[in-house]
Design a protein around this ligand. Sequence first.
Ligand code: R1P
Ligand code: URA
Length: 324
Amino acid sequence: MSIHVGVKRGELANRVLTVGDPARAIVLSRSLDGVDLENTPPKTVPSNLFSYASHRGFLTITGRYKGVPVSIVAIGMGVSMMDFFVRECRAVVDGPMIIIRLGSCGSVSEAAVGDISVPSGAYLVQRNVDYFAPLEDATATSGKPYHLSKVFEADHEITQTLVKNMSSKLGTGHVWSGINATADSFYSSQGRQDQNFVDANEELFTELIRHEPNTSTLEMETFVLFHLAKTSTGAPLVRAALDGQVQNGGSVEALLKKNSIRAGACMMVFAQRHTNAFITKEDVARVEPLAGKAVFDSLVEVHLGADEDLHSTQGSVWELPQAV
Ligand code: R1P
Ligand code: URA
């Protein structure tokens, strides 16, 4: 069993939708197959689905969507939680995986509250703690107050499929592309002013646009998902390095299939950072289930591999009862 997420082999599907908020995971689980909507109270995981809430705050729900096994995992907030989730989930699933994040974000582009952003890549915004060291410790190398990483790309096919499916659910005028900035704080590294701390972030938005002119959203996890997908041992990044080598007596192709992660992301705009508008509860309730269905449609539409290459159904929580 994975230490923090708490799932075992056969409890997590090859196709995963991940969110931050466990309440969102429960709302989305109502779209899975066989859910008795009339008799499932709100805030309750439907009784026909597998679910496990770990002592570290992860919630996993597994079932089927349009007949295809899928999981929903709520991970909480921040880059470390995404790292726990991706690594521990990858370790208990056989075969290739698709992971799509449906999060919330702040918009620094034209996208308005209630709109959806589907980023084609993400970079990391980290507070440079050395910059804030006491003056006597400061050195010429302390640099700028925030470090901005290189962009890591989402899977192109997943991104295109998400844009198509989101547009059909929410209307093309409400779906935006761009680059996500994943921040290591909701506050300082997202340019929020806090009179209780020295954050040196007054020019942060200008820095972000200078770094990456298509910067469109700010949130707190997506970069890690894209980065780990690209650096998973089945990813294109390492394909070249492995080419021509045979590891542990197995073929390179088999290794690539077994360990690959393809990743995409989309976010609901909760905050418009230029106008300071914030989404209403009513708009969250309207957008969340529609966006969730668009993600499930995308998860099952993108070809992942032949059934025999995926995690075995036998003994899994998505195994269907046999007719007698
Ligand atoms: C901050 O309020 C949280 O909201 C966003 C951020 O990434 C951060 O986790 O995403 P979720 O709504 O998915 O948690
Ligand atoms: N999530 C974030 O991380 N930032 C926002 O502004 C809104 C949601």
